[in-house]
Design a protein around this ligand. Structure first.
Ligand code: C5P
Length: 222
């Protein structure tokens, strides 16, 4: 690799989970490891891009050559960081597993048990980062992910259209693929086409994904 397919372009990549605090010691999170997003950031660097990596809470080293890394915790913090970084960006790849909901209020003291009574947590919906970027008149080329347990193609195509994306990378979660796994397999959908990236390491998939993003970017923006 190193064909400089993204030379001169600014790319923002989000990666990892988000954590939504419940009280000072507890949070709601998810099983995203950040590996796929970090591999994409590395592949984009190798393709010649200037890369900003917005990372949720993960314990991964910054890939060599990434220009800046912004560490965030919650979906709201990730939205703010991504929106700021994307103002100058040509491409945004949203590989983060952004929490859909957060506790409507955060308790400032540790919540105590109450004699066997059920505890009800009220949740508020988080802002959709991709959709807010898609709503801007000047916007980067937008790539989303769809991790699904079933009906992968249908949900992916629906998300591509509903969120106004330029491309979506869909993967089936489970069976040793996806979250917390070293391997993955992706199907890329864009308005006029589809590409299957078969089961392989996340590093190799990231290179194939970046090559396809560069090709589609040049097709619609150059
Ligand atoms: O709808 P769903 O959460 O499955 O869509 C996944 C895609 O949307 C991912 O690319 C993810 O980064 C993005 N997303 C987002 N903001 C949210 C939720 C998801 O940008 N609040």
């Amino acid at each position: 690799f190193g064909d400089a397919a993204l030379r001169g372009l600014k790319v923002v990549v989000s990666a990892g989970p988000t954590y939504e605090d419940i009280d000072p010691v507890r949070f709601i999170g998810n099983r995203s490891s950040g590996q796929m997003g970090f591999a994409i950031a590395e592949a984009a660097v190798q393709a010649g891009a200037d890369v900003t990596l917005v990372a949720g809470p993960v314990s991964l080293p910054t890939p060599q050559g990434v220009t800046r890394r912004i560490d965030v915790r919650s979906a709201a913090q990730m939205r703010d960081a991504v929106v700021a970084a994307s103002a100058q960006a040509d491409i945004y790849i949203g590989a983060a597993a952004v929490g859909d909901y957060r506790p409507a209020s955060v308790a400032n003291q540790k919540i105590k048990k109450h004699d066997g009574a059920a505890l009800v947590l009220h949740l508020a919906e988080n802002p959709d980062i991709l959709a807010s970027l898609a709503a801007q008149t000047v916007r980067p080329f937008l790539v989303g992910f769809a991790a699904e347990t079933h009906d992968v193609e249908q949900y992916a195509r629906d998300k591509l259209q509903r969120k106004g994306l330029d491309m979506i990378a869909a993967n089936q979660v489970g069976g040793g693929l996806g979250f917390e796994a070293a391997d993955n397999a992706l199907t890329l959908y864009w308005p006029e086409g589809v590409a299957e990236l078969g089961r392989t390491s996340k590093t190799e998939l990231a290179h194939q994904l970046v090559a396809k993003v560069a090709e589609r970017y040049r097709a619609v923006r150059a």
